[in-house]
Design a protein around this ligand. Structure first.
Ligand code: A4P
Ligand code: MG
Length: 203
């Protein structure tokens, strides 16, 4: 008489799940339970800049695990880091969101939103239809080059600090200082509020 066929842990027909698959599943499941605050900088200097910024805000809101909480005024800004007159002016704005995504997933999403607006990454600081940077994520401080937090150049850029200060006058750049103090220490030359324009908070 043969033994009953019982599927148990020692059953040779049950394949162990490869470690790589387990890791992938775990990564897909890394959402946080309590939402964190993140500050995003948007910049556009090609095409219909206002439409692009609004599209980016709407795309962020359409992301599962992301809620847009605040949108700053729009600034028209001279390109930073390039020869004057070689690139069109930017529109810049700041978005504050609450998210259950960990920082790495938020960065992936930021890149996907850039791609959706056909950003071509050719030269550093080159003209672009859309740039989506993570300025800050909760109180996280990290020098990881893939995602440096806070953004390594945010503290010296009026095109980030001015709209952020309008939206959140009490804001702090984690590990650096208050946005108000930082803004007082940089030039606002070439950073002009466009009071005639407005971005909408998604409904
Ligand atoms: N990366 C690291 N940390 C971050 C972060 N906190 N947020 C990595 C977003 N990305 C981060 O970025 C290069 C790499 O940075 C990414 O792969 C990411 O993993 P990128 O967007 O591919 O290239 P980039 O934006 O051309 O370069 P970079 O160095 O990020 O430039 P910035 O600092 O974003 O500056 N002038 C005005 N007036 N307004 C602007 O908005 N923007 C830039 C871009 C230059 N001049 C500007 C403006
Ligand atoms: Mg960038």
């Amino acid at each position: 008489m043969t033994a009953p066929f019982i599927k148990g842990p020692s059953d040779p027909t049950v394949q162990p799940v490869p470690v790589s698959v387990v890791e992938q599943v775990d990564a897909a499941d890394t959402t946080l339970h309590n939402p964190k605050r993140a500050v995003i900088s948007l910049g556009a200097n090609l095409g219909n800049r206002l439409e692009t910024l609004q599209g980016a805000i709407d795309a962020l809101e359409d992301t599962p695990g992301v809620r847009v909480k605040g949108v700053s005024p729009v600034y028209e800004t001279e390109p930073w880091g390039v020869e004057p007159g070689t690139q069109p002016a930017y529109f810049n704005a700041i978005v504050v969101l609450k998210t259950t995504l960990p920082p790495s997933s938020l960065l992936e999403r930021a890149h996907a939103v850039e791609e959706a607006f056909h950003r071509v990454r050719d030269e550093r600081w080159g003209a672009r239809t859309l740039d989506v940077d993570i300025v800050a994520y909760a109180d996280v401080v990290s020098d990881d080059p893939t995602l440096t937090l806070p953004h390594p150049r945010a503290h010296e850029r009026a095109f980030v600090l001015a709209p952020w200060h309008d939206l959140e006058p009490e804001a702090q750049l984690p590990g650096v200082g208050t946005v108000a103090d930082l803004l007082a220490g940089v030039t606002r030359d070439g950073v002009t509020p466009r009071k005639d324009l407005e971005l909408q908070l998604p409904e």
